[in-house]
Write a protein that binds this ligand. Structure first.
Ligand code: C2E
Ligand code: CA
Ligand code: CA
Ligand code: CA
Length: 281
């Protein structure tokens, strides 16, 4: 697959060439970013909407390039997936997040779970479950404190295969969340078969709440909350920015929320301060 680009260069339009070169430059830089220690994690709190308490955090990858500055995940995650380097990067993320959380717990801070995003490429690998287990053993984080976020579209791409992997993770005690829920066209029959603990309502639905009480996003959000509550799955709304959205979510008995209204994703030191303060807003 690597030589394809080289052999086909004559078919590229000039602007495609620029993009292809840009991809190659990002790929080459990604390959050395781990050893150069250019990655770090941000943490965004998850809030219990009834009590205002922090229940956990989502770990979000950050790339500080020496010349380019901060490169947002949307610029590089896809490229990292295409060239496979997402596997070592994803393992670094998992190890770092688990070690940091174990450290906070050892310091007496109350953090129930750490959520880590898992890409399709990682999830489908034969050695994924074993790699997660190794990292839990090495960092000493209890499996029940780890939550893996897998997008709905990744799970649905091969629903039967996904169920088998999810069940192995579930048997280890790990918590499982469907990320970007509502965007991946789950059939309801599969939803019931996935051993899932948490539904994360995609922020695109959350962000239109409140402008009009009969808008379709409000209806979808209410329906997802009601469904999750009756399937005994915890529902968490992501991308909560405004008071009106928060009030709506509370009225609908959504259990948890995450978004700029509480806190942007922050570095480990700043997140530790939030943990000491415990209650948000
Ligand atoms: P995601 O998993 O859906 O993460 C939520 C994104 O929404 C994050 O963007 C977060 O910073 C942003 N966000 C949080 N609250 C708000 C809000 O109130 N309003 C708005 N507009 N945005 C909010 P970020 O950090 O840029 O990450 C983007 C995506 O990159 C993530 O989407 C995830 O798919 C991917 N990603 C990030 N870190 C990792 C990682 O470690 N591994 C993998 N495989 N993917 C990652
Ligand atoms: Ca996520
Ligand atoms: Ca999401
Ligand atoms: Ca999303």
């Amino acid at each position: 697959a690597k030589d394809k680009g080289r052999n086909n260069y004559q078919f590229f339009k000039p602007e495609m060439n620029v993009r292809a070169v840009e991809r190659q430059v990002i790929e080459a830089n990604l390959r050395v970013a781990l050893v150069r220690h250019e990655f770090f994690l941000h943490y965004q709190p998850k809030i219990n909407l009834k009590t205002g308490e922090i229940t956990g955090a989502e770990a979000l990858l950050r790339w500080q390039h020496p010349q380019w500055g901060m490169v947002p995940p949307i610029r590089f995650i896809g490229i990292a997936e295409d060239c496979g380097v997402i596997v070592p990067i994803g393992r670094w993320v998992l190890r770092e997040a688990c070690a940091q959380t174990r450290y906070w717990q050892d310091s007496g801070l109350d953090i129930a779970t750490i959520s880590v995003n898992i890409s399709a490429v990682e999830f489908r690998r034969q050695d994924f479950v074993a790699a997660v287990n190794t990292i839990l053993v090495e960092t000493g984080l209890p499996p029940t404190c780890l939550q893996l976020e897998i997008t709905e579209s990744v799970l649905m791409r091969n629903a039967e295969g996904s169920i088998a992997i999810l069940e192995q993770l579930k048997n280890m005690g790990i918590q499982l969340a469907i990320d970007d829920f509502g965007t991946g066209y789950s059939s309801l029959s599969y939803l019931n078969q996935f051993p899932i603990d948490v539904l994360k309502i995609d922020q695109s639905f959350v962000q239109d709440i409140g402008y009009n009480k009969t808008d379709s996003d409000g209806i979808i959000v209410s329906a997802v909350i009601a469904m999750g509550n009756s399937l005994k799955q915890k529902v968490i709304a992501e991308g909560v920015e405004e008071q009106e959205q928060l009030s709506f979510l509370k009225d609908q008995h959504c259990e948890e929320g995450q978004g700029y209204i509480f806190s942007r994703p922050v570095g480990a030191e700043q997140f530790e301060k939030l943990l000491r303060q415990r209650v948000m807003t």
